[in-house]
Design a binder for this molecule. Structure first.
Ligand SMILES: Cc1ncc(COP(=O)(O)O)c(C=O)c1O
Length: 452
């Protein structure tokens, strides 16, 4: 049966009109001409509108770490919705937000036990930048206003995030309106020195030393914070060179600069530890998160802040005064908090935050990914934890086209992958089984064989 017949028979849903919706980060015209719709999800699988089962190779968008359709999470959301739909977060509280913050503090690195809630990764980044400014000002160091980001960094789409970010396509249209006091470190990728490395590349720690040059240019007394993703995801899976993050940490310490790790994708078990900070054994001053904090069931972000930063800002204000003029109508939204509590309980009970390390999943993943080294079009393979990047040779004059075709081909064969530029990016739910890893890799191999 073709699509129309299936719809008439009731086997699949009729598609709604697609004209009105402006889709985010999407080729709208191309999509609407050949739509890909997901209608339900369970465990490791989506179901598409045409009834096919799709293996989720991306945990939605790096966020459904416990797998789809967890009944405890939906029950917690439903219960909370009936109990109390909403409570104002300013000068008021509700118990579940404190419970959620306490659970999150338990898995956070030592000293980063203060939690500020937002609704997304972008808001977490903006909040972190503001916290850095508020902290320096409260210490009487108000000249520290410069932020240092990194080329090829992604920190969401707020003006703060695109300013410290380093993705040209996300910045060029808005170039004239970015934050004024920003500089960038060089990115850490070199095909020449790093191609086909398993895990952290040996080459590149020295790139952190560029921070010394930037400090010399602006003067430390003007610099508020450095923000980096421990593993850059959105620009094609860039794994930090061995020793690189340690060096950033020590240079920041030397000059009193705050170090922010954007862990929106590395947070909550992706590397086999709760946070990448623990994996790399480098503790930043602030960690931004979102996505898997509550298995993406309700929009939520969480910023972890070093205790001393909180103390400085909060104790630096007169008694009775609001100490930090920042927050969102939906900070600590009851439904998001209920989902966070249920999610964190699942993570703990099922030991999901360390499964990738402790059950050998990361090792299996690495072997399976690197077995693609002889697959057609493959130019580089990069991995860490349960993250994989497969960089393809670009077609002349059409960067990104080959990876797009691979994405469409995998979807047609029942596997969801992501692509950025000509890199296929993989980040499945942490509950993945070995056979499903094999299915993802063999599908990619087959698809690469079929595309020009
Ligand atoms: C490192 C990083 N920071 C920030 C964000 C933005 O998160 P959101 O889309 O929830 O605003 C993302 C999204 O993928 C991300 O990967």
């Amino acid at each position: 049966m073709d699509q129309a017949e299936l719809q008439r028979s009731g086997a699949i849903a009729e598609l709604p009109s697609m004209e009105q919706l402006w889709m985010p980060f999407t080729a709208n015209r191309q999509f609407k001409a050949a739509p890909r719709l997901l209608v339900s999800a369970q465990g490791m699988y989506y179901r598409a509108h045409d009834g096919r089962q799709i293996l989720d190779g991306t945990a939605g968008l790096w966020c459904v770490n416990a797998g789809h359709g967890r009944p405890e999470i939906s029950a917690a959301i439903a219960h909370q919705a009936q109990e109390m739909d909403y409570a104002p977060p300013f000068q008021m509280g509700h118990p579940v937000q404190f419970e959620a913050a306490n659970l999150l503090a338990e898995i956070a690195p030592a000293d980063l036990k203060k939690v500020f809630f937002t609704n997304s990764g972008s808001e977490s980044v903006d909040s972190a930048l503001k916290i850095a400014l508020a902290y320096h000002r409260a210490r009487g160091d108000g000249t520290r206003t410069v932020f240092i980001g990194r080329e090829r960094g992604y920190h969401g789409v707020g003006f703060g995030g695109i300013s410290v970010g380093g993705m040209v396509a996300n910045r060029k249209v808005f170039r004239g309106s970015l934050l004024p006091n920003v500089d960038h470190l060089p990115h850490t990728y070199s095909a020449e020195h790093q191609a086909f490395t398993r895990g952290e590349p040996a080459w590149g720690a020295h790139l952190a030393d560029d921070l010394e040059r930037i400090v010399a240019l602006h003067d430390a007394s003007n610099i508020a914070a450095v923000i980096v993703e421990p593993v850059a995801g959105s620009t094609g899976v860039l794994v930090p060179p061995k020793g690189y993050l340690e060096r950033l940490r020590s240079i920041c310490d030397k000059y009193g600069i705050l170090l922010i790790f954007d862990e929106v994708i590395t947070g909550y078990g992706r590397l086999g530890t709760p946070f990448a900070a623990q994996y790399f054994n480098v503790t930043p001053d602030i960690i931004t998160t979102a996505k898997a904090v509550n298995n993406a069931a309700v929009p939520l972000g969480a910023v972890f802040v070093r205790n001393g930063i909180y103390d400085t800002v909060v104790n630096g204000s007169p008694d009775g005064a609001v100490e930090f003029f920042h927050g969102y109508t939906y900070s600590g939204h009851p439904l998001a908090m209920a989902a966070a509590v249920a999610t964190q309980q699942i993570y703990t009970r099922e030991k999901l935050l360390t499964r990738v390390r402790d059950e050998g999943i990361g090792q299996y993943w690495q072997e399976a990914l690197h077995a693609l080294s002889d697959a057609r079009h493959v130019k580089d393979l990069r991995n860490i934890g349960l993250i994989g990047g497969i960089e393809l040779d670009s077609r002349a004059g059409a960067v990104g086209r080959r990876a797009f075709e691979a994405f469409v081909g995998c979807y047609a064969r029942g596997v969801l992958v992501r692509y950025t530029g000509d890199t296929i990016a993989l980040s499945p739910p942490l509950i993945i089984e070995r056979g499903q890893i094999d299915q993802i890799m063999s599908t990619i191999r087959d698809v690469l064989r079929t595309i020009a």
